[in-house]
Design a protein around this ligand. Structure first.
Ligand SMILES: Cc1cc2nc3c(=O)[nH]c(=O)nc-3n(C[C@H](O)[C@H](O)[C@H](O)COP(=O)(O)O)c2cc1C
Ligand code: SF4
Length: 486
């Protein structure tokens, strides 16, 4: 992963922990009611993909156990990992593109309800993504994948060559010559692997996205409601389809790209379709970027405008993330696909312990606070969720007190210790296992391996309840918290 040049090492800074009485009075542990959203506390576990579904996209016993473990900490809400709205093969990622997925998802809902005593609300993040291929080895690329076009022949001065000769010749060219003759997209396909973009209007299924996506998201949200979820989070963040529509890099010429209002059009049409397809109490929120953190991307001013539009469209919450784009991702090894959390924007999304002068804690706070202020100035009360390096009670409480956000997201901190919420609420903050922001978990995610945390995945490996990863080397769940009764 990309690291800031300064590489200053930061240790977690949780500050003072509250007593149980202080916690009971704290803003963080007060209920929140805003429109359809009812939370028992202002704590939130943002979506995190744990790589535990089947290759067919079904929930497994391991997926259920994973969310049950988070629910034991009784956060105000958990957002289930990014779950595909289409019924297409996409590896061991959860899917909701067909009714057959409903029973498996309903089992997760039941487990979360039971483990949290009904205290934790459960939302599911709905995602659509475009095709991305692995970086090919050059030989296969020139022989099989590259189309020999008239443009390419002209660039090579090879108008009259056979196709086989063109392919052979390309295999012999050095990098700088290839950079001269291949188009930017061909070069990208060679160096990074082919990747679709929302601006590929020459591809019918991409041109049709404004017609196909509202129905896909609406049907997925209906299934989520039937499975018993409290609501959905539309994934409009990071490197995925709806985020790409919002991006300032979206230059579609069909009324769904270019100016801000046009870039917002499809996400708003999806929202309207989801709302129309679901019940009056069903929560519909979204996650999007406070800042894309890429050259030429959308910035905080865009995020403020998007926030106001989403709030006016009736979103029940807005969860702000940042970065996580393909645009500045590192070149993958041959045989691997590009990963949107490897460049600078990826660092902004999941800031790690080696950082710059600002550090990894709260990098998204000021941008999120600006979005919240814009939404409030427009007369909307939509709750705003912030995340990014938050691990201490004082830090979280200050964000609420200073009106920077309404709900506090703890992603990696709750992976490091799913009992954070119970421990802090009951005056046992000093028993919290603090996230060290090493991004070991994120490295596993990148390799599509079952995600665990290095703080606990080798602990008591022989304990009877310690189910292990497929290679047998790591435990799958954080050890149970045994309360100190003294
Ligand atoms: C293993 C892992 C998987 C993640 N998967 C998702 C995801 O499915 N959807 C999403 O919006 N963000 C995802 N994220 C990003 C987190 O939700 C969160 O925004 C980010 O980690 C920063 O918050 P934190 O500093 O509290 O961890 C993931 C993060 C990690 C570490
Ligand atoms: S592996 Fe654990 S300690 Fe390291 S960043 Fe992930 S959650 Fe935090």
């Amino acid at each position: 992963m990309w690291k800031p040049a300064e590489k200053i090492l930061y240790e977690p800074r949780p500050g003072r922990w509250p007593s149980a009485d202080e916690a009971a009075r704290a803003r963080l542990f007060q209920p929140l009611t805003a429109g359809r959203l009812h939370l028992s506390s202002r704590t939130w576990v943002p979506a995190m993909v744990p790589w535990r579904a089947t290759e067919q996209g079904d929930a497994t016993g391991e997926v259920i156990a994973w969310y049950r473990r988070f629910a034991e900490g009784r956060p105000g809400a958990i957002v289930l990992e990014a779950t595909g709205v289409r019924d297409i093969p996409s590896g061991p990622l959860l899917r909701i593109g067909d009714d057959r997925f409903i029973p498996g998802l309903a089992r997760i809902v039941d487990a979360v309800r039971a483990a949290s005593g009904g205290e934790t609300r459960l939302f599911i993040q709905l995602i659509d993504f475009l095709a991305i291929r692995r970086r090919p080895d050059p030989e296969t690329f020139f022989q099989r994948y590259l189309q020999v076009t008239d443009r390419l022949r002209a660039a090579l001065g090879a108008e009259h060559w056979s196709e086989a000769r063109v392919r052979e010749h390309l295999s012999t060219l050095p990098e700088d010559s290839l950079a001269r003759v291949l188009s930017a997209r061909e070069l990208e396909a060679l160096r990074f692997g082919y990747r679709e973009r929302v601006t590929d209007l020459d591809r019918p299924h991409i041109a049709e996205l404004p017609r196909s996506l509202p129905g896909l998201f609406a049907a997925a949200a209906q299934r989520a409601e039937r499975a018993g979820f409290d609501g959905v989070e539309l994934h409009c963040a990071h490197a995925y389809t709806l985020a790409s529509f919002l991006s300032a890099t979206n230059t579609r010429s069909d009324g769904y790209g270019g100016p801000r209002e046009a870039r917002l059009r499809l996400p708003l049409e999806v929202t309207a379709a989801v709302r129309a397809a679901t019940g009056k109490d069903f929560v519909v929120g979204c996650r999007y970027l406070a800042d894309e953190c890429i050259a030429g991307g959308s910035g905080v001013d865009d995020a403020c405008a998007f926030g106001v539009a989403f709030a006016r469209a009736g979103m029940d919450f807005l969860s702000l993330s940042r970065g996580g784009k393909f645009d500045d991702a590192k070149q993958p090894a041959v045989g691997w696909a590009a990963y949107p959390y490897t460049g600078r924007s990826g660092y902004e999304c999941m800031p790690a312990r080696h950082s710059d002068a600002f550090g990894p804690f709260g990098r998204n706070v000021e941008a999120t606070a600006r979005v919240r202020a814009a939404v409030r100035a427009a007369g909307c009360t939509t709750p705003i969720v912030v995340a990014g390096g938050i691990h201490g009670f004082e830090q979280a409480e200050a964000l609420l007190r200073d009106d920077k956000a309404d709900i506090i997201g703890f992603a990696r901190q709750s992976l490091a210790d799913p009992d954070w919420f119970e421990k802090v609420r009951s005056g046992h903050g000093d028993a919290v296992r603090l996230c060290r922001y090493t991004n070991y978990c994120e490295g596993l995610d990148q390799k599509h391996k079952q995600v665990t945390c290095e703080l606990w995945d080798r602990e008591s490996l022989d304990a009877p309840e310690a189910a292990r990863t497929s290679d047998g080397k790591r435990r799958l769940l954080a050890p149970r918290w045994v309360r100190d009764v003294h």
